[in-house]
Design a protein around this ligand. Structure first.
Ligand code: IVH
Length: 413
């Protein structure tokens, strides 16, 4: 395909999926599929720099500010993390760090932390008092959600023996699985649309304009980053985490200091399974250089720090048969298709139903009744249908058509 055509096609797809993820809180594809699209676009733009435009999805730090809250500027940009999907990609990250640091074969000391599947938050404390909480937004400016942040009971309103002056502390707001299940049960009983997973529920909650409702949802937070203007700054990431904990901030306790990438890989492999026993969702491991002086030497690219990467746990997939596509009618009258599957065991539970977003999504993936399909659980509690296995498609199958009348009342849709 002509590179111009492919670039335009990729930009259109990426914008569509960004909107689904950041604005609608209802992603259709996995982070991995999204990254592949973005990386292909980045590669094509690197090969054809004359085709780069300022509005290309590659030209932003990340995210889209949403309306409803005043926006505020972060003390320094909130960068995102580059991803690693395999042991080989982790080793390549380690190579880049060692080359950048001029360390040769000397192992680097890393800190491996669980990657909390929530939304990032920036907390400003002045003379030890919480004065502001902001979402990441576009990385430079976020939404001021202070009133909502103040309802999160694990975030202290006053630090214990905190420093004087202004500091910013960053971390992740998330919803424990039990709270997510309780909220969805209540919504089901009220005939309201369900949240796809705890992350979407946490993101939707943080953007709610009613702090009283936010307080009831049971959000929690973990912190992992400290930004100061001088003062007695810690020298290592481990020291930062200990300092945050001393000040009374929540720190996820399972982090580990690792001497070299082999120990990091062992940590990632162990948690790919152990994570199921946690009370919150984690979608990977964040690997960070421990020495903060070395971090400054390595610096950042326009979007990512060179001193950290996010290892993503492989999505849990299985094959099964798509028996039927049915339509559910919510209390609000919305008709939403869903998949009835031949029951299959995947990542701790038997799956017989999966969400299908809408008729367009089914048509885009060309899902047909009778197909063998790939289903996936990627940190999500509700599984999704990824794609049909075309080689196993029955010869007499027909594209699925959305009914034109409402499944409940028979009126025209
Ligand atoms: S460090 C400059 N540590 O993952 C790097 N991020 O995919 C700052 N996240 O934007 C991020 N758990 O919202 C870091 N232990 C952890 C994390 C974590 C979750 C989120 C964070 C970040 C995103 C990147």
């Amino acid at each position: 395909m002509d590179p111009i055509e492919r670039i335009n096609q990729l930009r259109e797809q990426i914008r569509y999926h960004e909107n689904r993820y950041y604005v609608l809180n209802d992603p259709e594809i996995s982070d991995e599929e999204f990254d592949r699209l973005l990386h292909e676009l980045e590669r094509l733009e690197a090969e054809h720099p004359d085709l780069v435009t300022p509005d290309s999805p590659t030209q932003r730090v990340g995210g889209t500010p949403v309306s409803g809250f005043p926006t505020v500027e972060h003390m320094e940009p909130m960068l995102s993390l580059d991803n690693a999907y395999s042991e080989a990609e982790l080793r390549a990250f380690d190579e880049r760090v060692r080359r950048g640091a001029g360390l040769g074969d000397t192992p680097v000391r890393y800190v491996a932390e669980l990657k909390i599947d929530g939304l990032s938050i920036a907390l400003t404390y002045e003379d030890g008092l919480l004065v502001r909480g902001a979402t990441r937004g576009d990385g430079v400016r976020g939404e001021d959600v202070t009133a909502n942040v103040r309802t999160i009971r694990t975030i202290p309103l006053r630090l214990t023996n905190g420093p004087s002056g202004r500091i910013e502390i960053r971390g992740e707001v998330f919803l424990p699985r039990a709270a997510f299940e309780r909220i969805n049960k209540e919504r089901e009983e009220a005939g309201e649309p369900l949240f796809a997973n705890p992350r979407n529920c946490a993101a939707g909650t943080m953007r709610n304009l009613d702090p009283a409702l936010v307080a009831k949802r049971g959000l929690r937070a973990f912190t992992y980053q400290l930004i100061t203007n001088g003062g007695d700054a810690p020298l290592s990431h481990c020291q930062t985490l200990e300092t945050l904990r001393r000040w009374g901030l929540p720190v996820e306790p399972h982090y580990a200091a690792c001497n070299g990438i082999d120990e990091v890989i062992a940590f990632c492999n162990a948690w790919a399974e152990k994570r199921r026993g946690l009370e919150f969702d984690t979608d990977g491991v964040v690997v960070k250089v421990d020495d903060l002086t070395l971090r400054r030497r390595l610096g950042t690219t326009a979007k990512f720090p060179r001193w950290a990467t996010a290892f993503k746990f492989p999505a849990q997939q299985a094959h099964t048969k798509l028996l039927k596509i049915e339509v559910n009618v919510g209390r609000t009258g919305a008709n939403t298709p869903y998949a009835v599957l031949e029951p299959v065991f995947l990542a701790g539970s038997t799956i017989s139903l999966a969400t299908l977003h809408n008729a367009e999504d089914i048509a885009r993936k060309d899902l047909r009744e009778g197909d063998t399909v790939v289903i996936e659980k990627a940190g999500d509690v509700i599984p999704r249908v990824v794609a049909p296995v075309l080689s196993l498609r029955p010869p007499d199958s027909k594209p699925w058509v959305m009914p034109t009348t409402c499944a409940a009342c028979g009126s025209t849709l």
